[in-house]
Ligand binder design. Structure first.
Ligand code: SF4
Ligand code: FES
Length: 257
């Protein structure tokens, strides 16, 4: 049943990448608990704008948990405290009247702050560009059922493919590692025959890109999987490590995998 609640928000405000940041306190409400977290921020921004102030900048697009654009740290949790939920799908019914909510941007060296809650996550794109693709020949599409894929492999590949590239795993990790993200991409492609042509070098190239972009190393803390809104499994990090070692020890080249 919906309720009307009033919230105190402590929101990170930062005018630009080189500007100092600070927490700003705002009251919002009464608002319906049917609202999503982002809709509540919309209400706050409307009030700020009407009062002549600057609205809080935050990223969003689909608001359906699909695109990976949204993301902020809510009370210490990337995407908020509800497991398996993106910030856009988090609803106010999970909060109580007169709660104080602390809202911060994802914090990681590889995610410089652009403004307020918006961070630049193009470092994840660089990791993807390094290896998260397959070679596709032009011409007629092959018959979809021509290459049989065992059901278990297909399910594991599709589970990994659920990663929406939001970066919450990086924000949750004390080392700001992107291993869960990269593991999901490598697993998705390593488990399917379509990913075989570049399999030998994919993990090596993606790990090198992670180092270059300033992501930290994985020390098996597991906070990444706990924060992931798509519940990507830690098994994908283990598979990334195996793919990396496979190349290192077997000395394969692309096309041999
Ligand atoms: S692994 Fe999860 S938390 Fe990390 S980018 Fe993908 S969906 Fe987001
Ligand atoms: S806005 Fe698209 S996943 Fe949240």
């Amino acid at each position: 049943m919906s309720r009307a609640i009033t919230l105190t928000l402590k929101v990170w405000r930062q005018a630009g990448p080189e500007q100092p940041g600070r927490f700003e306190t705002h009251q919002v409400g009464p608002v319906s608990t049917d609202l999503s977290f982002l809709e509540m921020l919309d209400v706050l921004n409307e009030e700020l704008t009407l009062a002549g102030g600057e609205p809080v900048a935050f990223d969003h697009d689909c608001r359906e948990g699909i695109c990976g654009m949204c993301g902020a740290v809510v009370n210490g949790h990337p995407h908020g405290p509800e497991p398996g939920t993106t910030l856009c799908q988090l609803h106010l019914r999970h909060f109580n009247d007169h709660d104080t909510i602390v809202i911060e941007p994802f914090r990681a060296r590889a995610f410089p702050i652009v403004k307020d809650l918006v961070v630049d996550r193009s470092s994840l794109d660089a990791v993807l560009i390094a290896g998260g693709y397959i070679s596709v020949n032009t011409g007629a599409a092959p018959e979809a059922n021509a290459i049989a894929v065992p059901v278990r492999r297909a399910e594991q590949a599709l589970d990994a493919a659920q990663c929406i590239g939001c970066g919450a795993c990086v924000a949750a990790c004390p080392n700001a590692s992107a291993m869960l993200f990269a593991g999901a991409k490598v697993s998705h492609l390593a488990l399917l025959p379509q990913g075989a042509p570049e399999r030998a070098s994919r993990a090596t190239r993606m790990v090198a890109a992670m180092d270059q972009m300033g992501f930290g190393n994985c020390t098996n803390v597991g906070e990444c999987a706990a924060a992931c809104p798509k519940q990507i499994s830690l098994a994908n990090i283990a598979r990334l490590n195996r793919e990396f070692l496979r190349t290192a020890f077997r000395g394969e080249e692309d096309g041999e995998g």
